[in-house]
Design a protein around this ligand. Structure first.
Ligand code: SF4
Length: 309
């Protein structure tokens, strides 16, 4: 994955080590264990046509670009993100995506994710409008890190588009935040403008060693998000992805932090803590430390026993 850091984040990184660690490369990226995976979620196996991954029965992932406003060093799609040329989506690819959706009427949710769909606003507009009119699609979801990495990309056109889409079908917008330092005045302004469109705002985060693996940091982050009208939705255990292993926090530590948070913050500020299981077994919620459990053995949605690394 290439290095790309927006002007906004470069400036922020000067005073925030937590921001710097997320976007500036480290020599630790070259330390790769035998267990590390290139495609930990097996998305490449489930790619049905260029730009469309169909892994779960009722929803699909749509990747309109491999471009992002800045590249996060811990990205789970490191193998492909930043290869803009290879990931470029053409009108013929969109047609194939729509044809695939039509051929599978059980699909009722389309999720747009990374690369960042807000870095290709024209393509996003065309595709959203085409998918919106499919009667089978009941809700749309879009994941973005632009409010943090380049808030200027939340333009008037984007706000109008979201307002229009959300009037017709529910649009869930999941914004990606890792640390309270990311709340700059420009970011807050962009989030407030997004809230005014009426879209349903969620957040997702990843536990990252040396960035947010602390009770006080996450308490501030989740509280601030919920104060801004954003429902903290997911916090993931960092995937076992090649080049990002130095970000992984021990699961036991994460559970201790989450348990303390559960006792001390409002329920609406408390996200699901998940592990996206290696080798594509799905997103499994992690327990809080109120009960006896094993941090290395659990069962997936099909009741298959999974042994963690
Ligand atoms: S914005 Fe998302 S897709 Fe892009 S590098 Fe960061 S985590 Fe990966």
């Amino acid at each position: 994955m290439l290095v790309k850091i927006s002007r906004h984040l470069k400036k922020l990184a000067q005073k925030s080590p937590a921001v710097k660690k997320q976007f500036f490369p480290s020599p630790k990226e070259n330390i790769v264990s035998k267990k590390a995976l290139t495609d930990p979620l097996l998305e490449d196996i489930y790619r049905k046509t260029k730009g469309l991954v169909h892994k779960y029965p009722h929803r699909v992932l749509i990747e309109l670009t491999m471009n992002c406003a800045s590249y996060c060093r811990f990205c789970t799609r490191r193998r492909m993100v930043s290869d803009i040329k290879k990931g470029k989506i053409y009108p013929a690819d969109i047609k194939k995506i729509i044809d695939y959706l039509k051929s599978r009427p059980e699909i009722n949710e389309a999720v747009f994710s990374g690369g960042d769909p807000l870095t290709v606003p024209r393509l996003l507009t065309t595709t959203l409008n085409k998918i919106l009119v499919l009667p089978q699609i009941k809700k749309l979801r879009l994941h973005t890190r632009v409010p943090v990495s380049r808030p200027g990309l939340i333009t008037k056109d984007i706000l109008c588009l979201f307002k229009k889409i959300n009037k017709k079908k529910p649009l869930y917008l999941s914004v990606h935040f890792e640390h309270p330092d990311e709340f700059t005045p420009q970011t807050i302004k962009a989030l407030e403008a997004l809230r005014q469109t009426g879209v349903i705002l969620l957040s997702q985060s990843v536990f990252l060693k040396g960035v947010n693996d602390s009770y006080s940091v996450l308490k501030k982050l989740f509280t601030e998000l919920s104060n801004l009208g954003i429902r903290p939705y997911y916090i993931y255990h960092c995937d076992l992805v090649k080049g990002a292993e130095h970000f992984i926090v021990p699961i036991e530590k994460e559970i201790r932090i989450m348990t303390k948070l559960r006792k001390n913050i409002s329920g609406i500020a408390f996200p699901f803590h998940l592990i996206d299981t290696p080798n594509g077994f799905g997103k499994i919620p992690l327990p809080l430390d109120f009960w006896k459990f094993s941090p290395v053995r659990f069962r997936d949605f099909k009741n298959r026993p999974i042994e963690m690394y």
